[in-house]
Ligand binder design. Structure first.
Ligand SMILES: O=C(O)CCC(=O)C(=O)O
Ligand SMILES: [Fe+2]
Length: 253
């Protein structure tokens, strides 16, 4: 998988453009969060694919080069079982979260950060928290770039060979009424070497209402608004990617 995506980004631009994003859409080869012509872009290219449920796959965005490029459902099985265990540890029944992930959505973003001689002047991926439930990140090569925000400062997350980084997303924060907090993170760029990462974003199924679970709130007040998954994502993509400012909008006080 690592070799395949490295080969994909090495292809000539004309070849990669065959899988390009279309106007107003997020899927495909291109850049993240392009909202206007004069916007300053992050220093990265990406390939964004919808992987689950299988009927959401859009073949025209799936590279036919390298020929061995493919997807494995194992990455969904892993996030499903992590989510089921986390929910169980919170005392939740299967139907609260785990069952909603069986036909849940998964989207995969493959990030390519070219080196930049003036690396400190660009940002690879702007500070954000992921909107979904849980994200598995694979840092593909040895180049460090992922950072998390901890007590107001940025901490590097070193790539560990053979390991995933697991990030809590906004939906998990909302469902647990803040028991779990989504993590603010960003990616910086290396002055000499390219960096690649793969992020697999796990969502519940499309019919899930995203709001604090009754089993979590008990007698306390809901700390977040409740909305259907589609509206939740619409607001997310309409909000400028800047730290956790999307979740701020979803807070009740
Ligand atoms: O490149 C990374 O390590 C982070 C990727 C990421 O946070 C994302 O794609 O949402
Ligand atoms: Fe992220």
């Amino acid at each position: 998988m690592k070799a395949n995506i490295q080969q994909f980004f090495q292809l000539p631009a004309e070849t990669k453009k065959r899988f390009a994003q279309e106007q107003g859409q997020l899927e495909g080869y291109g850049q993240l969060f392009v909202v206007s012509e004069d916007q300053k872009l992050d220093w990265a290219d990406m390939l964004f694919l919808y992987t689950q449920p299988p009927e959401m796959r859009n073949a025209k965005f799936w590279p036919d080069q390298p020929a061995t490029f493919r997807y494995s459902g194992a990455v969904k099985d892993l996030s499903d079982s992590l989510l089921a265990t986390m929910a169980k540890n919170l005392g939740l029944k299967r139907e609260a979260i785990a069952d909603k992930c069986i036909h849940g959505m998964q989207k995969v973003r493959i990030n390519y950060y070219p080196p930049c001689a003036q690396a400190e002047k660009v940002v690879g991926l702007s500070p954000h928290s992921d909107a979904n439930l849980l994200t598995l990140v694979l840092q593909v090569n040895h180049v460090q770039g992922l950072q998390i925000k901890r007590n107001g400062s940025w901490l590097p997350v070193k790539p560990v060979s053979g390991a995933f980084v697991v990030n809590i997303g906004d939906m998990f924060e909302v469902l647990t009424n803040g028991r779990y907090r989504s993590i603010e993170h960003r990616a910086v760029v290396d002055p000499k070497e390219e960096r690649l990462s793969i992020a697999a974003f796990q969502f519940p199924d499309i019919h899930t209402m995203i709001g604090p679970l009754k089993e979590m709130t008990g007698h306390e007040d809901d700390a977040y608004k409740t909305s259907d998954l589609e509206s939740f994502m619409k607001i997310f993509f309409a909000t400028k990617l800047e730290g956790k400012n999307f979740l701020e909008q979803m807070k009740l006080n």
